[in-house]
Design a binder for this molecule. Sequence first.
Ligand SMILES: CC(C)(COP(=O)(O)OP(=O)(O)OC[C@H]1O[C@@H](n2cnc3c(N)ncnc32)[C@H](O)[C@@H]1OP(=O)(O)O)[C@@H](O)C(=O)NCCC(=O)NCCS
Length: 176
Amino acid sequence: MPGSSITAVVRPAAADDVAAIARICSTAYRDAYRDLLPEGYISRSVAEFYSEQRITRDIAPAVPDWFGYQVVEEDGRILGAAGGGMADTTAGELSLIYLEAAERGRGLGTLLLDRVTEQIRDAGGTEMWVSVFLGDSRGIGFYRARGFQPMDTVRATLSREDDHIRSLRMRRDLAG
Ligand SMILES: CC(C)(COP(=O)(O)OP(=O)(O)OC[C@H]1O[C@@H](n2cnc3c(N)ncnc32)[C@H](O)[C@@H]1OP(=O)(O)O)[C@@H](O)C(=O)NCCC(=O)NCCS
C-alpha cells in the first residue's frame, strides 16, 4: 500500500546513539509502567539501566551474554532500541525493547525483535525468553502476537522483598 511501507533500518548502536537510547528507554519505561509499578521502583530501574553512563558501558557487545544495543533508525532519527543475548548455550533472552510513543503499532517493534531473534539463532539458540511485568497487558499482547507463551512467574529484577513486583517469563521456540 503506498505510504505504508517501512523505510526504517535496524543496526547496531554506536557511541553517538547513547543520548537517544537513554531518552527513549527512560521515557518509554516511565510511560509504560506508570500505572502498574511504584514510582520508587521505576526511578530505581531507570537510573540503574537507562542512564547515559550505563548505556555507554552497554552499547558494545559482550558476546555471547549480550549482543549490544540495536537501534531502529528512519530518516536519520533513532526511533527505538532493543538488546538481548544468550542465557546459556541454547536459550536466548530479549532483555529490552522500547520505541518512541508516536512510532508504535507500525511494525518497528517487530523489526527490532526480528534482529535480536536472528542474533540468538546465529549464536546457536533454539529457544528465546523474555520477562514482562505481570499486568503489562500491552507488552504481553505484543509477545503473544509474536508467538511467545507464558511459562512461569519470578520476582522482578531489582524488586525488593516488600515490593512484591513479579515478572512473567515468556518463551518462544526458535526451532525450524
Ligand atoms: C511493545 C512494543 C515494542 C511493540 O512495538 P510496536 O512497533 O508497537 O509493535 P508492532 O507494530 O511491530 O507489532 C505489534 C504486533 O503486536 C500486536 N499487539 C501489540 N499490542 C498488543 C496487545 N495489547 N494485544 C494484542 N496484540 C498486540 C499487534 O497486533 C501486532 O501484531 P500484528 O502485526 O500481527 O497485528 C512497543 O509498542 C513499545 O515500545 N511499547 C512500550 C514499551 C513496552 O511495552 N515494551 C515491552 C515491555 S517488555
